[in-house]
Design a binder for this molecule. Structure first.
Ligand SMILES: Cc1cc2nc3c(=O)[nH]c(=O)nc-3n(C[C@H](O)[C@H](O)[C@H](O)COP(=O)(O)O)c2cc1C
Length: 324
């Protein structure tokens, strides 16, 4: 086995339907829900993001955010009751709605509180507790090594660092070398995250950071096979490549079908962004994409995708290029 490749939690994307597709290529890898407000679990045990944990044939961790240790502990306990295989604590989300209330990336400014949260959660559950953080709040104040040591001492069993500060948002380049400084300081597994889309990226990041694995986010949008593909490559297997255009169109269609089964007619609205990403990577589908993003009829969308798939190449993408 090579270094671990993990699917990043992505709000509004990595729901149970998407995770089911990811698993098709990535087997029994640990997947995560996207972030869930601890307060939602306080009043509502059946929060929809926690429905069917473990239904997809592999372990699913629940990612929680809040700034109150006791609320986080209680939410973690409930998540464990509902089948969470792990609890991940979000300390990276820059969205003002989350950070303004002291959760997500705001915890980067208060490492002591961050550590108290980890300690409270670790004491509340038997499953492993991990943290996903950024390097710090802003360049001047960032001290990811100190933060990481506090989190480790508080009971975190694994850390993931996105190599940017909160202030950087998604600008510039993820600093994989800064993740390396954290790796050298801690004894628990450290996962590097940020700007990894290919096995070559992953290898460069691992060489620079010395991390135990990588986590892939935006590169998986519309491409749920990415984690499995990268894991195969890092395990030393031949590159399985991207699925053929036909398979990708059938997959997009299946994704829509699954969302319709789960959410009824609203599934079409949820599917639109996934379809947009899925088709953005396929040459010659601009007109289809524009129609799909507008049609109010799920049946039309399903039909258009089936027809496009029937007309599409079935070989590996690009394999017919240059043939007579
Ligand atoms: C649309 C979107 C939603 C995200 N939602 C979450 C989330 O719920 N929890 C979290 O820890 N990070 C979230 N992130 C951050 C990603 O997990 C990841 O750290 C970041 O995108 C950097 O990795 P990448 O360069 O591979 O995308 C989100 C990112 C994006 C683009």
């Amino acid at each position: 086995m090579g270094p671990l490749v993990l699917q990043a939690p992505l709000a509004g994307v990595t729901d149970r339907t998407f995770r089911r597709l990811v698993r098709r290529w990535a087997g029994d890898t640990l997947l995560f829900t996207d972030m869930v407000a601890a307060s939602r679990l306080e009043d509502d045990r059946s929060h929809r993001k926690l429905a069917g944990l473990g239904d997809d044939g592999g372990p699913v961790g629940v990612q929680l955010f809040d700034h109150r240790p006791s609320a986080m502990a209680e939410a973690a306990r409930r998540a464990e009751d509902l089948g969470a295989a792990a609890i991940d604590i979000n300390m990276g989300c820059p969205v003002p709605k989350v950070a303004r209330r002291g959760g997500g990336s705001a915890l980067l400014r208060d490492p002591e509180l961050a550590a108290r949260i980890v300690a409270a959660v670790a004491a509340a559950v038997t499953v492993p507790v991990s943290v996903k953080a950024r390097l710090g709040w802003c360049e001047g104040s960032a001290d990811p090594v100190r933060l990481a040591l506090l989190l480790q001492n508080a009971g975190a069993r694994r850390l993931t660092f996105h190599g940017r500060t909160r202030r950087q948002g998604y600008g510039g380049q993820a600093d994989w070398a800064a993740i390396g400084a954290v790796k050298r300081a801690v004894t628990i597994p450290l996962i590097a995250n940020g700007d990894i889309g290919t096995a070559a990226d992953a290898r460069r990041c691992l060489a620079l950071s010395g991390a135990d694995g990588v986590m892939v986010g935006r590169a998986t949008l519309g491409a749920p096979w990415t984690v499995g593909r990268l894991q195969a490559q890092l395990d030393g297997h031949p590159d399985p490549g991207d699925p053929s255009p036909r398979t990708r169109l059938l997959l997009a269609r299946e994704h829509l079908e699954l969302l319709l089964q789960e959410h009824g007619a609203h599934g079409l609205l949820i599917a639109r962004r996934h379809l947009g990403w899925a088709l953005a990577g396929l040459p010659g589908t601009a007109a289809l994409r524009a129609t799909l993003l507008q049609t109010p009829e799920a049946a039309t969308a399903l039909d258009l995708l089936a027809r496009a798939a029937a007309d599409a190449e079935d070989g590996p993408q690009g394999s017919t290029a240059g043939q007579p």
